[in-house]
Design a protein around this ligand. Structure first.
Ligand SMILES: [Fe+2]
Ligand SMILES: [Fe+2]
Length: 310
């Protein structure tokens, strides 16, 4: 669907957002402990030694260049949709923190974790994702729980939901929002003013084909989340998890568009999305990594422009 134009209106841009996802940074050495060798991390690490490691070999360099773009280009806000790490290890988070450096020099942002950031129960308990992205986890909440939260950007609300959870077997990469978070989300929506909402998660509602995600990779309660989104003024749902970017326009009983950022660092897929919001219009561009030049460039594919109206 990227590459298709829904309709074009030339107007001044009001809000500019950068959306990136699925970095899958790793560290050498990983610093695995005996406990890790006895957990699913061993299989995860073995998996990573093959093609996957090659695929993400330039992840740090690409992230570094992206951060330079964030400092030098005019972005009003940044959205990160998770899978910052590969195995949710302390060493990986240290690498991440070193690469990000000082968040104060970056635009404001929001972040939500992916399944790799909560690779094991220990990863989630460690709170390392939340510590690393603390600056991008600020917003309006219901009670003391970290998720969901909302942040107003221009005339839109960014509504952040955590759809990641640890799983015990290596082939299980399912997510779940959970009953508790879903009821907090309904409360949160009631607190927010009327402006349209952009829902942000790691997991998708649908694949590029319009079908549901594979049963071992899907967010188990994505349909319940979609029902809440439908009832509370969500106009756009942005996510990661799938490493190829795509866009699905609103249709039928789904009043919101779906947009996947894809992986910013995986070989040949590497790109991030730019959203330009003006009143009820959204224009999506992509910046793609040019391996030869060692920098991002505008994707030759045409931009998408759609309305976010009711
Ligand atoms: Fe991923
Ligand atoms: Fe993922």
């Amino acid at each position: 669907m990227f590459g298709q134009s829904c309709f074009i209106l030339l107007r001044d841009v009001v809000i500019r957002l950068a959306h990136f996802s699925d970095l899958h940074l790793t560290a050498t050495p990983l610093g695995l402990t005996i406990r890790d060798y006895l957990s699913k991390r061993l299989i995860g690490w073995l998996n990573h030694q093959g093609r996957r490691r090659k695929s993400f070999a330039q992840a740090e360099t690409i992230l570094g260049q992206f951060l330079e773009e964030l400092k030098n280009e005019r972005f009003d806000h940044v959205i990160f949709t998770g899978d910052a790490t590969t195995l949710g290890l302390k060493r990986e988070y240290q690498t991440l923190m070193q690469t990000f450096g000082n968040f104060e020099v970056l635009p404001e942002g929001v972040a939500t974790p992916g399944n790799h950031d909560y690779y094991t129960r220990r990863s989630r308990r460690s709170g390392l994702f939340e510590a690393t992205f603390a600056k991008w986890l600020q917003g309006i909440r219901v009670g003391p729980w970290p998720y969901p939260f909302a942040k107003k950007v221009g005339n839109y609300w960014l509504v952040m939901v955590n759809s990641a959870q640890p799983n015990s077997v290596p082939w299980d990469s399912r997510g779940r929002v959970g009953k508790k978070q879903r009821s907090l989300l309904i409360e949160l929506f009631k607190q927010l003013s009327e402006e349209p909402k952009i829902l942000v998660t790691h997991y998708p509602l649908l694949l590029e084909s319009g079908k549901k995600e594979h049963r071992w990779r899907r967010c188990r309660d994505a349909q319940q989340l979609a029902e809440i989104a439908r009832q509370h003024g969500v106009r756009l749902w942005v996510h990661g998890h799938r490493h190829t970017p795509y866009f699905l326009p609103a249709e039928g009983d789904r009043p919101f568009h779906l947009c996947c950022a894809g992986s910013m660092t995986q070989s040949t897929r590497w790109s991030y999305a730019i959203y330009e919001l003006e009143e009820d219009r959204l224009r999506i561009h992509r910046r793609k990594w040019n391996e030869q030049l060692g920098q991002f460039e505008n994707s030759p594919e045409a931009s998408i422009e759609v309305t976010l109206g009711v």
